[in-house]
Design a protein around this ligand. Structure first.
Ligand code: DP6
Length: 324
């Protein structure tokens, strides 16, 4: 009973921030994302009577997230009705210290590999519902390409579906790493504060319109409108964070410098727009023909420690390349 899965990370273009059910990870609002082909997690799960203890290995060492991983394995055990111990080995193709969230790719790969190892046959929708309970954003790494995750009151109604295939639009997301440090406030903790922002209700009321708009931009491949929308959405998310009690300041000086560089490049004719999650690093979108020049511009900045170039990716997949 051993299985391996590979799953991409995803970047939200309309963000998930705030839960209406902490335990089930039901979001306050629907969100929209694209899978990223160069931020990948590979995970092998085995259930076996021969194992004496549960073991969770991440990038060659005992995982710091062992408890959260085993909690998720517990959900799979319950569905499958199995009681055996488990071994989970997982690795990312990006440096662990890169300061990039890996819970989306991590819990998507764990869900698919775990379900296959437990021999439970789940649909894409059921896998997405299950992945969501490990980490909300992970439910969007199950289906391919550009993905919408529905907010709902019932667990079985809150899952993600593909809206456009990975090959629909040749755009590029360059991750610019300005800090390798682990963030002070993990997103699970930060999200609990969302509702303390006086602007949160307004944000939630406007989300359905925003999701319609972003879907139209992607459908029409209107890069300028797409860029303006994702950038203003990121600013709105950080406005919520900054006006929470206590305030959450995820940016550092380099983040702001890069926002200014990107504005400047745009004035010079390079169509590039950024989005930023719960951390200081930036995801900078451009159309593929401009990827090289954007990557060169970023590499020339002393503020940028590393860049990772991504294109839209497929969803989570099983693999026969086991990690043990
Ligand atoms: C800012 O999915 O990491 O990246 O459900 O608590 O695991 P949990 O939160 P998580 O939150 C992601 C927040 C975000 C926006 C997004 O990905 O939509």
């Amino acid at each position: 009973m051993k299985a391996t899965a590979i799953a991409p990370s995803n970047i939200a273009l309309v963000k998930y921030w705030g839960k209406k059910d902490e335990i089930l990870r039901l979001p306050q609002n629907s969100s929209f994302s694209v899978n990223l082909d160069n931020l990948i997690t590979q995970t092998t799960v085995e259930f076996s009577d021969d194992l004496r203890d549960d073991e969770v290995i991440f990038n060659g060492q005992e995982s710091k997230n062992k408890e959260r991983v085993l909690n998720h394995i517990g959900r799979i055990r319950q569905i499958a009705g199995i009681k055996t111990k488990t071994k989970v080995v997982t690795s990312n193709n990006f440096p662990a210290a890169a300061g990039i969230a890996s819970s989306a790719s991590g819990f998507a790969a764990l869900t698919l590999a775990g379900a296959a190892a437990a021999k439970i046959n789940l649909s894409e929708k059921e896998l997405s519902v299950l992945a969501r309970q490990g980490s909300g954003s992970a439910c969007r790494s199950i289906p391919p390409g550009f993905v919408e995750w529905f907010a709902a009151d019932k667990s079985e109604d809150s899952y993600a579906v593909s809206r456009f295939s990975a090959r629909h639009w040749d755009i590029c997301d360059i991750v610019a790493i300005v800090s390798n440090e682990k963030k002070d406030v993990p997103s699970t903790a930060g999200q609990k504060l969302a509702q303390t922002s006086p602007f949160f209700k307004t944000r939630i009321a406007n989300i359905p319109q925003k999701i319609e708009k972003i879907k139209n931009c992607v459908a029409e491949k209107n890069f300028r409108l797409f860029g303006e929308l994702i950038e203003s959405e990121a600013m709105e998310l950080h406005a919520i964070m900054l006006t929470s009690t206590p305030p959450l300041v995820y940016w550092n000086p380099e983040t702001v410098k890069l926002i200014k560089f990107i504005e400047n490049w745009r004035r010079q004719g390079l169509a590039a727009y950024c989005t930023i999650d719960a951390g200081p690093n930036l995801h900078i979108f451009t159309e593929s023909q401009n990827a090289k020049i954007l990557a060169e511009n970023l590499a020339s900045l002393s503020e940028v420690k590393q860049t990772i170039i991504n294109r839209p990716a497929e969803g989570a997949k099983l693999s026969d390349r086991h990690l043990f």
